[in-house]
Write a protein that binds this ligand. Structure first.
Ligand code: GDP
Length: 411
């Protein structure tokens, strides 16, 4: 990988079998990230790429993203896995693979399917603001322009309902199978005047580092190092940490002065968003703080919520969610059981339109506004103030059952 290219995390989303894996395989191949001989023959020859990634994740291996990275002339992209793959939502929300942009794949023969809508809503909920729509399997309709335009219009209307601006989204006629309009415009679609997929990816903006937001460092681990003392370790999500800053860990409520900051065994005077740092704070002992605490400046401390209001999407729940349900919320590095206090309203997952006030229960596919009470103190922020700290996944029975964001806090 060339040094110095800006980095974008990219998600491929869309209904099952619409061609995401095939498309990813083709993009990796055409951008030189994998060689043809690495691919097996046969109809699904590109599919193995995503399957291999999934397999590795399921074995619990640290994700080797080496072959899920590719470069375009402008950026270096990392493909984060697709919704539906295990732990996608959890990884996105807890920051392990927060996507900056998404490619929505919709097959021309099926058109808009339930997961198409769900994923658009989910992409919005997860804060993905940049979108490309690939209308795939164009070979099946002989690259028909009228059919393309009809689906493009339907999709445009759909994404508008969740506040994506269709005028800013490229709709690209693709055949992931034949490789049309992936890197260069294809002779099979002479009527298409927009960019092919790879040039369109280069029109995305790289995420800006949120240096202007308050300092937030969710703690991943706490070490005790001889000669240094207690060293909490975490990634700076927002803001800047400098030596001699006064910081507080919440909800532990312990504060002190930053004595040293270290990254990759090198001392540094300040750290910024994206930096994984270990730092030593005067007067804070190993047992005073733990994973799930969040460090911030003493004069702008992380928010400990007594209760909060959240917007959620129920993704896969075998039963129903009612008042009193207490699953585990995964928010940054914290895992805290939270009780549903009130189901405020149910919304259409595709449009966000209110469908029912105070519903008796929620089930898979529902979107809703709910009130929630953590069973012990936890740091969570209003997503409108610090987006990076306001999202969570709800896990139960070993799977991610819902995802959401905090939209109001009772301190
Ligand atoms: P995913 O579930 O969205 O990842 O979809 P896959 O990439 O596994 O594709 C599902 C099926 O559609 C496979 O049999 C693919 O070979 C086929 N497929 C994918 N893209 C195209 C395409 O552009 N044209 C045609 N005809 N078939 C495709």
């Amino acid at each position: 990988m060339a040094k110095g290219k800006e980095h974008i995390n990219l998600a491929f989303i869309g209904h099952v079998d619409h061609g995401k894996s095939t498309l990813v395989g083709h993009v990796l191949l055409q951008s030189g990230a994998i060689a043809e001989q690495q691919l097996s023959d046969g109809e699904n020859k590109f599919r193995f790429v995503m399957d291999k990634l999934t397999e590795e994740r399921e074995r619990g291996v640290t994700i080797d993203l080496a072959h899920a990275k590719f470069e375009t002339p402008k950026y270096e992209f990392t493909i984060v896995d697709c919704p539906g793959h295990r732990d996608f939502v959890k990884n996105m929300i807890t920051g392990a693979s927060q996507a900056d942009a998404a490619v929505l794949v919709v097959a021309i023969d099926d058109g808009i399917m339930p997961q198409t809508k769900e994923h658009i809503f989910l992409a919005r909920t997860l804060g993905i603001n940049q979108l490309i729509i690939g209308i795939n399997k164009m070979d099946l309709v002989k690259y028909d322009e009228a059919k393309f335009n009809a689906l493009k219009d339907e999709l445009g209307a759909l994404i508008k309902t969740v506040a994506y601006d269709p005028a800013k989204v490229h709709f690209i006629p693709l055949s992931a199978f034949e490789g049309d309009n992936i890197k260069e415009n294809s002779a099979n679609t002479p009527w298409y005047k927009g960019p092919a997929l790879v040039p369109a990816l280069d029109e995305f903006s790289a995420p800006e580092k949120p240096t202007n937001l308050p300092l937030r460092v969710p703690i991943q681990d706490v070490y005790s190092i001889t000669g240094v003392g207690t060293v909490p370790v975490g990634r700076i999500e927002t803001g800047i940490m400098k030596k001699a800053d006064n910081v507080i860990f919440e909800p532990a409520g312990k504060a002190g002065e930053v004595k040293s900051i270290e990254m990759h065994h090198e001392m540094m005077d300040s750290a910024e968003p994206g930096d994984n740092v270990g730092f030593n704070v005067r007067g804070v002992g190993k047992n005073d703080i733990r994973r799930g605490d969040v460090a911030g400046h003493t004069d702008n401390a992380p928010t400990v919520a007594k209760e909060f209001t959240a917007q959620i999407v129920v993704m896969q729940h075998p039963g129903v969610i009612t008042v009193g349900y207490t699953p585990v919320f995964h928010c940054h590095t914290a895992q805290v059981a939270c009780t549903f206090l009130e189901l405020v309203q149910k919304m259409n997952p595709a449009t966000g339109a209110v469908e029912e006030k105070n519903p008796d229960f929620l089930k898979t596919g529902n979107a809703a506004i709910v009130k929630v009470k953590p069973t012990k103190p936890m740091v969570i922020e209003n997503v409108k103030e610090i987006p990076h700290m306001g999202r969570f996944a709800i896990r139960d029975m070993g799977q991610t059952v819902a995802a959401g964001m905090c939209i109001d806090i009772v301190k």
